[in-house]
Design a protein around this ligand. Structure first.
Ligand SMILES: CC(C)(COP(=O)(O)OP(=O)(O)OC[C@H]1O[C@@H](n2cnc3c(N)ncnc32)[C@H](O)[C@@H]1OP(=O)(O)O)[C@@H](O)C(=O)NCCC(=O)NCCS
Length: 186
């Protein structure tokens, strides 16, 4: 799939927290409505995500990897992974978001492939997994198209542990790749 002109990828640094948090909050507001409460999405999501990303990028965990997609210096995508997070499923792709105007143009596939490379470089025997909202049918179609297997269904943990940030008890699905090297371009 050809990528948009000027699309570049790099590791995130502390100076990227504002841009990442803004992209992340916009993506939540567009795609997580119904599962996350309107009050949280409309009033508090940006305020929750900015300190989260500021802390993550200021003192990154040794096994955390954050990859950015950029066009002309503007952040248009992100993938955040925790290597070796689960004894059975392996590395956790904790966040994957592409700017709304750039969806379905191959950026998500490139971010997932770069994530696969990070995982394989860290440990060739590690699997890769993630959780996706059950209601997020577009993302589920993307993961299925990229070879992910839906292996488990469970209640979504509330952001920051506050149940008021959810609408009831939304469900999430675990998607897994036993062999993330299959995500790398042939
Ligand atoms: C899910 C997401 C990361 C995918 O990234 P993307 O750049 O849009 O996806 P790509 O262009 O690389 O898609 C590759 C393939 O995945 C499948 N796919 C992607 N989006 C799809 C959709 N909405 N419906 C069906 N299939 C889809 C298709 O097979 C597509 O190939 P095609 O366009 O040639 O048919 C992105 O759309 C996004 O950020 N969504 C909002 C945030 C989100 O839901 N993140 C996931 C949280 S778990």
């Amino acid at each position: 799939m050809p990528s948009p002109a000027g699309l570049r990828f790099r590791a995130a640094g502390p100076g990227d927290a504002h841009a990442i948090a803004a992209l992340h909050a916009d993506s939540w507001q567009r795609h997580y409505r119904g599962a996350f409460s309107d009050a949280f999405l409309d009033n508090d999501a940006a305020g929750y995500l900015l300190p989260l990303w500021t802390g993550r990028l200021a003192s990154p965990k040794p096994r955390a990897r954050t990859i950015l997609a950029e066009i002309d210096g503007a952040v248009v995508g992100l993938a955040h992974t925790l290597l070796g997070e689960h004894p059975a499923w392996g590395s956790l792709l904790d966040n994957l978001h592409v700017a709304h105007g750039l969806k379905r143009q191959g950026a998500g596939t490139r971010l997932l492939a770069l994530t696969g490379r990070e995982v394989v470089n860290w440990s060739p025997s590690s699997g890769l997994y993630l959780w996706v909202l059950e209601q997020n049918s577009d993302a589920r179609a993307f993961y299925a198209a990229r070879g992910g297997a839906c292996v488990e269904r469970a209640e979504v943990p509330p952001p920051g542990g506050d149940p008021a940030r959810l609408n009831g008890k939304p469900m999430g699905l675990r998607y897994a790749w036993r062999d993330p090297s299959k995500l790398l371009p042939g």
